[in-house]
Design a protein around this ligand. Structure first.
Ligand code: XMP
Length: 513
């Protein structure tokens, strides 16, 4: 991201770090997340115009809690905004007093402005903000003044009036009134960064970057029908034209109509070389008799890589692999090693470039999902793909409980298509994170006419979520559920009963396997 002016958000492990970074981008300022340990190096890039120290779960009073170098705080190279943990850290490191348990404030709290500095410009004298803290700043450092107080007398913001500003509350959270103005004040009034960042304006730069990087060499891109891989293919197509080879593997575990959608999208982008591999039989054969979810995932991952390798070997002179990695993928996987428990081994083909001896190119690596969608819109990616729900790498196999058979695949695919159609018709498609059907081996007795038949049970799973980490089931109208149920039992042979999954995540995961 070269010389574009940017703000760095230092990650102390708080839940709102990504939200802060996204808010800055919404306000037209490019932002990046850095670990405290890499801050000095990141500051060296020259284009950093502001620093935000975010929230975090630790107490600054604890030994070993994360810090930044004191030098940065004593003579800030750029303006600094400390939020929550950042507010306390600044107080603690610059000689103020932080105490534990003075007043614990969680949720909405009323705040009064007592000294109006640049950060609080255009903010009313009283407002409601979102708080989540146990420790508090009891005394600001010598050169800083409290600028607002909570109804409990807690210092809710302070500043030196020049380069360091802090808030105990979370301006990035939508429940904080005028939070966006606070962040805008920091970025524009204090850091003086022009609000010029727009994802769609980056297309030319991304295309140029790809062109410069790969030169005249051939590039392979795996497309799946999802928005990230398809947008990557569109950018590559613009950059290298007929040197792009897209591979689409039909695993037989895909959603209804996926092949056609991919073909149509590739045609629109003018992609000349789309290699379709029909691997339905291969996957089904390898999955025969396999019931264990982890084993299914392992087999699918392995088989996919094998097929991809065989196909790539047929493209002579290919040197590059383009992947649709996006910003949260990188930042999350950077952190995944540090204590996050493995719940399911998500099949992502991380090992591919090394196995194939290809160099990796990831044009979307700095973008958030909503920014990818904006870029995709500008590039003319079909609407249907832009707004498609996330779909797991192992596909319908993780929506089929027990063995994957042809019959269960047909039921899962057809029933899922009905669920998606009805959710789209009801205008809920964009509000709902995922909508699909699940099938297992349990049967229910049905009556059709005079005959008694044993039929499958289909479970409808709808979830609301922001990032897939937690989820809830939407309380949608019974009429929609009724339509879904009626259509599935009428239109999908072999199904007798439809149920609705009403357990959030946690305790249940989104996918059944
Ligand atoms: P769970 O089932 O773990 O799913 O609650 C959370 C989110 O991740 C998706 N998911 C996957 N995505 N490969 C992927 O790329 C996988 O193996 C995989 N398994 C689950 C799931 O659809 C949901 O959005």
């Amino acid at each position: 991201m070269g010389g574009r002016p940017k703000v760095l958000v230092v990650d102390f492990g708080g839940q709102y770090t990504h939200l802060i970074a996204r808010r800055c981008r919404e306000l037209g300022v490019y932002s990046e997340i850095v670990e405290p340990g890499s801050l000095e190096e990141a500051l060296g890039s020259g284009s950093v115009r502001g620093l935000i120290l975010s929230g975090g779960p630790r107490s600054v009073l604890e030994q070993g809690s994360p810090r930044v170098s004191e030098r940065i705080l004593r003579s800030p190279p750029v303006p600094i905004l400390g939020i929550c943990y950042g507010h306390q850290l600044i107080a603690h490191m610059l000689g103020g007093r932080v105490v534990s348990g003075l007043a614990r404030e969680y949720g909405r709290v009323k705040v009064r402005v007592v000294e109006r500095d640049k950060l609080l410009k255009d903010i009313p004298s009283e407002l409601e903000v979102w708080m989540s803290h146990g420790d508090s700043v009891a005394e600001p450092p010598k050169n800083m003044k409290a600028t607002s107080l909570s109804e409990n007398g807690v210092i809710t913001s302070m500043s030196d009036g020049e380069k360091i500003y802090t808030t105990q509350f979370h301006p990035e959270v939508s429940h904080t009134q005028h939070g966006k103005t606070v962040l805008r004040n920091f970025l524009q009034e204090i850091c003086r960064i022009p609000p010029t960042w727009k994802p769609r304006n980056m297309i030319d730069e991304m295309v140029e970057n790809v062109r410069r990087t790969v030169g005249g060499e051939r590039v392979i891109c795996a497309v799946s029908g999802g928005v990230d891989s398809m947008t990557t293919a569109y950018i590559l197509s613009k950059a290298v034209g007929s040197n792009l080879y897209c591979i689409f593997v039909d695993t037989g575990l895909l959603r209804k109509g996926e092949g056609k959608r991919v073909e149509e999208a590739a045609r629109r982008a003018g992609i000349k070389n789309l290699i379709k591999v029909d691997a339905r039989e291969r996957f089904l054969t390898r999955l025969r008799g396999v019931k264990d979810p982890e084993e299914k995932r392992r087999i699918i991952g392995e088989e996919f890589i094998k097929i991809f390798e065989e196909t790539a070997a047929r493209i002579p002179g290919a040197r590059w692999l383009a992947q649709g990695t996006i910003y949260p993928d990188r930042v999350e996987s950077g952190r995944a090693g540090k204590g996050s428990a493995l719940i399911k081994s998500h099949h992502n083909v991380g090992a591919l470039p090394e196995r194939l001896g290809l160099k990796l190119i990831e044009p979307l690596r700095d973008l958030y999902k909503d920014e990818v969608r904006e870029v995709a819109e500008e590039l003319g990616v079909p609407e249907e793909i832009i707004w498609r729900h996330p779909f797991p790498g192992p596909g319908l196999a993780v929506r089929i409980i027990g063995e994957v058979t042809e019959e269960k695949l047909r039921i899962c695919r057809e029933a899922s298509a009905i669920v998606e159609e009805e959710i789209t018709k009801s205008g809920l498609q964009r509000e709902i994170w995922q909508a699909f059907a699940v099938v297992g081996d349990d049967k229910w007795v049905g009556v059709t006419g005079d005959a008694r038949t044993l039929g499958y049970i289909v479970t409808v799973r709808l979830v609301e979520s922001v990032d897939g980490m937690t989820a809830d089931w939407p309380r949608i109208s019974h009429h929609i559920l009724e339509r879904i149920s009626r259509r599935i039992t009428n239109e999908v042979p072999g199904v007798v009963m439809v149920t609705y999954a009403i357990t959030p995540k946690p305790p249940a995961t989104i996918e059944p396997c």
